[in-house]
Design a protein around this ligand. Structure first.
Ligand code: BTN
Length: 262
């Protein structure tokens, strides 16, 4: 990846700014700082190497040079009724997940979204999403959607750090992937879904791609005992619906961990 070819590849998208780094700590950190400093809607941060990337629940997401696709997109809030204008990390995560699914399917892959923020191929994690916000007092200033994709060989996290099996696109496809083209397709899908974020369409698409749908799973929230149930679908705010003893239980987005039951 280089900035000149990226600019060319992304020229058809309505991006409002692009910061490319050969190496960066975390694209989310850079995007949060840039948003606080006035970045406009649809500004993009991308790094070829990420040295201290962050995942959900304080986990690390580093990426060696020229292997993973790591980027963060800044979204300024669109006018919405007050009750919808707050930051819902779940919906912004779903936006990233639905876009990833759309970009991977035409490549002959069958992505599944493991609620809340992982994308799986053949039961192994290939991508993760971290949605964060910048606030001015109580008002949402900007949302940042950070996406990391294990694109090429060498991008999987080290085995000793894995909490869930991992894979990369090159291994699944049996050929290298062009990260710039993948980025273009993810962004294009994400921008399309953003216009349909409210009103149920995004939830429907997310639900259709949900991993373990109809299957028994366990969900951990904090240090509590896991909740065992069958994945029933998603609520309109992106919460997970589990069927537990014939009753639907809503699992809120947060410090959760989901695993298939053994
Ligand atoms: C997770 O699996 O918990 C989410 C991982 C999100 C990683 C991406 S890589 C680009 C962006 N910058 C970061 O520091 N994190 C996200």
């Amino acid at each position: 990846m280089n900035p000149a070819s990226l600019h060319k590849l992304l020229a058809g998208l309505p991006l409002d700014g692009l910061r490319y780094f050969d190496s960066l700590g975390s694209t989310n950190d850079e995007a949060l700082a840039w948003a606080a400093d006035g970045a406009r809607d649809l500004s993009l941060v991308i790094a070829d190497e990420q040295t201290s990337g962050r995942g959900r629940a304080g986990r690390k997401w580093s990426a060696p040079p020229a292997t993973a696709l790591t980027f963060s997109l800044i979204l300024r809030p669109v006018p919405a009724p007050p009750e919808e204008a707050e930051f819902n990390p779940s919906l912004f995560t779903g936006l990233g997940a639905a876009a990833l699914a759309d970009a991977l399917k035409p490549r002959g892959l069958e992505p599944r979204i493991k609620w809340p923020n992982d994308v799986l191929l053949d039961g192994k994690k290939v991508a993760g999403i971290l949605a964060e916000a910048v606030w001015t007092g109580d008002a949402l200033d900007a949302a940042v959607i950070g996406i990391g994709v294990n694109a090429r060989a060498g991008s999987n996290p080290p085995d000793e750090t894995l909490r869930f099996p991992a894979t990369n696109l090159e291994a699944e496809l049996g050929r290298p992937v062009e990260r710039g083209e993948l980025l273009r397709d993810i962004l294009s899908a994400l921008i399309g879904w953003r216009a349909k974020m409210r009103g149920g369409e995004l939830i429907k698409a997310w639900e259709e791609n949900l991993a373990f749908r109809g299957q028994e799973v366990r969900v951990w929230q904090g240090s509590e005992q896991p909740l065992a149930g069958r994945v029933a679908g998603l609520a309109s705010d992106g919460s997970l619906l589990l069927l537990v003893n014939d009753k639907i239980v809503t699992v809120q987005f947060g410090e959760t961990r989901l695993r298939p039951a053994l």
